[in-house]
Design a protein around this ligand. Structure first.
Ligand code: GLY
Length: 367
């Protein structure tokens, strides 16, 4: 698969954002030696975080790039730094380095780095070129793909942002080997979501080959990542700006974003919150009569087997006063609502998904 590439094409929302070329590499060294990451005459700004910058391959690549006249900026690691201040740090670094509209922003990192770097590229002089090297499982299967950029604002997840697809994405699934257990599991929650939405084969892998998945079998993970990338690519190719089916990718996320906001952004990792949200969405689908008890139980069984919460009350809510009310209030801030009712992604079964606005009383039953 080294150098294996494919293209997603979609309506262009900005000049230079009509397609994304995605290339998969066998390993991290091949990516940094073979990907066209610092050639050409365009000036480049590499955006990474304090954790990734210290990985050997990244450090030596950045040293080489700086010797070639390119610039880099290292942002602080973690969701709590996914802020407008960090965005400004990146924009200031771009200005200091003398970037212009023909320059390239390259994000090397997880979801926070990819989202912030892409947001900065999208607004810098009304749009500079963007390339991404996702280094977490979550960023490879979700955050880097499909052009959503942004940062948190006023304690709401991704409250500000743009649609601005990267022109190139380079993926080396080996980065997954260096993730903490928590980060790895966070990405697995998005894999589970993608499997429930689009991919029975990956769902079978998650259920039947759990040991190999959890021990990060390289071949298996590389396959899973490619499956998820292709599934998401097919969706965003049809509906980049989330006017219809892309909304399904938010399965579990209305619950998850509310949980993250209520607990305080960064207190619970995104994947843990998404996994809980997937369980809540299954329970909501069940009490509304859309899915069978069997399907709900199957979803719960995978969640439980990976150690995720299947209860109404997530322990992260301990100590929160009136958590149900707090969660409902947070859900009402969601960008996806069009009325005062809250819009949820629900399922009839695997690969059968729809959205519906639900009243608070019904939602409260699953919280
Ligand atoms: N993470 C959901 C989406 O990209 O639409």
């Amino acid at each position: 698969m080294n150098g294996k590439a494919f293209r997603i094409s979609y309506e262009s929302v900005h000049p230079g954002t009509a397609y994304t070329d995605i290339t998969f590499y066998n390993d991290i060294d091949s990516l940094f030696t073979e990907a066209p990451l610092c050639g050409g005459s365009a000036k480049r700004l590499y955006v990474t975080d304090s954790h990734i910058a210290h990985l050997g391959a990244v450090q030596s690549f950045l040293n080489k790039a700086e010797k070639n006249g390119h610039a880099s900026v290292i942002i602080r690691q973690g969701e709590i730094y996914k802020t407008a201040e960090t965005l400004c740090t990146v924009l200031q670094a771009a200005l200091n380095a003398g970037l212009n509209r023909t320059s390239v922003f390259t994000g090397i990192g997880g979801g926070v780095v990819c989202d912030i770097c892409a947001f900065a590229a999208s607004v810098f002089k009304r749009g500079a070129a963007l390339e991404l090297i996702p280094t977490t499982l979550l960023a490879m299967v979700d955050a880097a793909i499909g052009g959503k950029t942004g940062c948190d604002f006023a304690n709401y997840k991704n409250a500000i942002g743009t649609f601005y697809p990267a022109r190139r994405i380079y993926i080396a699934s080996d980065f997954v080997q260096s993730l903490s257990e928590q980060e790895f599991k966070s990405g697995l929650a998005e894999v589970f979501k993608t499997a429930l939405l689009y991919d029975k084969h990956t769902l079978r892998i998650l259920t039947e080959q759990q040991k190999s998945v959890c021990s990060r079998d390289k071949k298996l993970l590389s396959f899973i990542i490619q499956q998820c990338v292709k599934a998401k690519a097919a969706v965003v190719e049809q509906d980049l700006t989330e006017r219809s089916h892309r909304a399904h990718l938010n399965l579990g996320h209305t619950f998850a974003h509310a949980l993250e906001s209520v607990c305080g952004l960064g207190k619970i990792n995104h994947g843990e919150a998404v996994a809980w949200g997937i369980g809540r969405a299954a329970q909501l689908s069940f009490i509304l009569g859309y899915c069978s008890a069997q399907y709900r139980d199957d979803v719960f069984s995978v969640l439980a087997s990976y150690g995720w919460c299947t209860e109404k009350h997530h322990s992260a809510l301990d100590g929160i006063e009136n958590p149900v009310k707090a969660l409902l209030n947070a859900m009402k801030q969601d960008k996806k609502n069009s009325t005062n009712r809250i819009r949820f992604v629900l399922q009839r079964s695997v690969c059968s998904t729809f959205t519906e606005e639900i009243d608070d009383t019904t939602v409260s039953q699953v919280l």
